[in-house]
Design a protein around this ligand. Structure first.
Ligand SMILES: Nc1ncnc2c1ncn2[C@@H]1O[C@H](COP(=O)(O)OP(=O)(O)O)[C@@H](O)[C@H]1O
Ligand SMILES: [Mg+2]
Length: 450
């Protein structure tokens, strides 16, 4: 167990605005001396206070402040907060900001992430953190204030918050303004829970540098011209074309070569509808696909012959996360099943979920093979996560997509730095889902040194 301390915060009108009254047991735990000056931190907001150790030696861990200090330091009375000391500093919380895209909708201010964010806020508060959600556009760097939201009994409450210790970045597009905001906040002392992920091509290249991973990586090339697509189609019966920075299965194309008829069949999703077509030669194929691909950068990847459930493709989502120990661990594994004939399994495009055990018993007859597949899934998701982290910098969680082919081989498909956790509800694992929400908050505590 770590030595994390929770203390009661009390408003006391007998304490002057330059002092902090600390119960004896808490002063002992924090190694504070009577009359010593400390810098009191809530996030990046600080104030110098003189320590007064309470003479009544009650058996409680508590600290008291004047009302005005309470307000200035964003504290609420009769609440328990995490607390730590370091030399002459005392830190409360930690303060954790969830940075997400904001929508003008009082019921769902964070769009599809509203429920998730609500759960994050509740789980953070339960472990003594000061948590709020905010838009990257509501930060006042000069004043050191962020206008953010908490969730209370009467719904969403808007108020001012300090620049936090840790930010859990959950905003969608990585526009220049948003990236600049991340940099600015970092320069103020904020630690980001996750860096930005490099695209699919960069990820493939950096994973290729790890020899141990080679056998799990389907051949992938950057489609600098349509020649690469042609070459890959000479080598393989099927390929996947995927936008380098795409997500949610959008703009993905599957092309298969029909040897007997010498035609290329292609499939892609257009506004949730599966579009199918065929071309008699590569030039025609190129002309058709140009419309779908637009000016985006694509990779072309060998098609993995994924196992199927009732005719629909199945793949595996592994959620890899850190907690307050700072170590990587697998929080949950779920299978995703594409909807009717879909070429992708993404939940956001209609996919459903099933437990991995169920899928494996259905498809793999030998217990020994099932065990080897599970070992590969564990090994590959952790090793890929660590390899990516080594390259992109300290990270807190990753959603790894894997495939199992009809011969029982495990393949790496892609890594996500903003993973959803819906799938765990779909497979009837609310505990896994809850754990997936708690872990980033626990990792935030680790990052803030608590
Ligand atoms: N090489 C491939 N072979 C077979 N299926 C694939 C391949 N690449 C992707 N898929 C399917 O498409 C889905 C989406 O691809 P993915 O690379 O995860 O992109 P996205 O970022 O859009 O989720 C995968 O979850 C999988 O079902
Ligand atoms: Mg994916």
């Amino acid at each position: 167990m770590d030595n994390f301390i929770l203390a009661n915060a009390i408003i006391n009108s007998n304490v002057d605005s330059n002092s902090i009254l600390i119960s004896k047991p808490l002063a002992k735990k924090l190694d504070l001396k009577n009359e010593e000056n400390i810098i009191f931190y809530v996030g990046q907001t600080k104030k110098i206070l003189k320590v007064k150790i309470a003479s009544t030696g009650k058996d409680v861990l508590s600290f008291s402040l004047a009302n005005i200090v309470f307000k200035k330091m964003y504290l609420k009375s009769s609440q328990k907060y995490g607390i730590r000391s370091n030399d002459n500093e005392v830190h409360i919380g930690p303060v954790v900001g969830i940075m997400a895209d904001f929508f003008n909708d009082t019921k769902r201010p964070f769009g599809g992430q509203t429920h998730f964010i609500k759960q994050l806020l509740i789980s953070g508060k339960a472990i003594g953190q000061i948590c709020f959600a905010f838009s990257p556009y509501s930060v006042d760097i000069a004043k050191g204030i962020i206008i953010g939201y908490t969730y209370g009994r009467r719904g969403w409450i808007k108020s001012a918050f300090p620049i936090p210790d840790v930010i859990y970045p959950r905003e969608r597009a990585y526009s220049r303004t948003k990236l600049q905001m991340r940099k600015r906040l970092e320069s103020l002392g904020v630690t980001l829970l996750n860096p930005t992920l490099v695209g699919k091509w960069e990820t493939h290249k950096l994973l290729m540098e790890n020899q141990q991973l080679h056998k799990f990586l389907p051949e992938t090339r950057l489609a600098t011209s349509f020649n690469e697509v042609g070459q890959m189609l000479k080598k393989y019966d099927g390929v996947y074309l995927k936008p380098v920075t795409g997500s949610q299965g959008k703009n993905i194309i599957n092309v298969t070569k029909k040897k007997a008829s010498l035609i290329y069949e292609f499939k892609y999703m257009n506004e949730e509808r599966l579009v199918k077509g065929s071309a008699g030669n590569l030039n025609n194929l190129k002309a058709y696909l140009r419309k779908v691909m637009g000016n985006r950068s694509y990779i072309v990847q060998k098609e993995i012959k994924l196992i199927k459930s009732e005719g629909n493709i199945v793949d595996v989502r592994v959620l890899v996360q850190k907690d307050n120990t700072g170590e990587w661990d697998i929080t949950g594994i779920a299978c995703r099943i594409g909807s009717n004939g879909s070429i992708t399994s993404n939940i956001s495009s209609g996919g459903s979920g099933k437990k991995i055990e169920e899928i494996l018993t259905q498809h793999i007859s030998l217990e020994r093979d099932r065990r080897r597949i599970m070992d590969d899934i564990y090994y590959l998701s952790i090793e890929a996560t660590k390899t990516i982290e080594k390259n992109i910098g300290q990270s807190g969680e990753m959603g790894i997509d894997l495939g199992i082919d009809t011969s029982g081989n495990v393949w790496f498909i892609e890594a996500n730095i903003r993973p959803a956790r819906q799938v765990f509800n779909l497979i009837g694992e609310p505990d896994t889902r809850l754990k997936s929400v708690e872990r980033p908050m626990l990792y935030a505590r680790y990052l803030a040194g608590f």
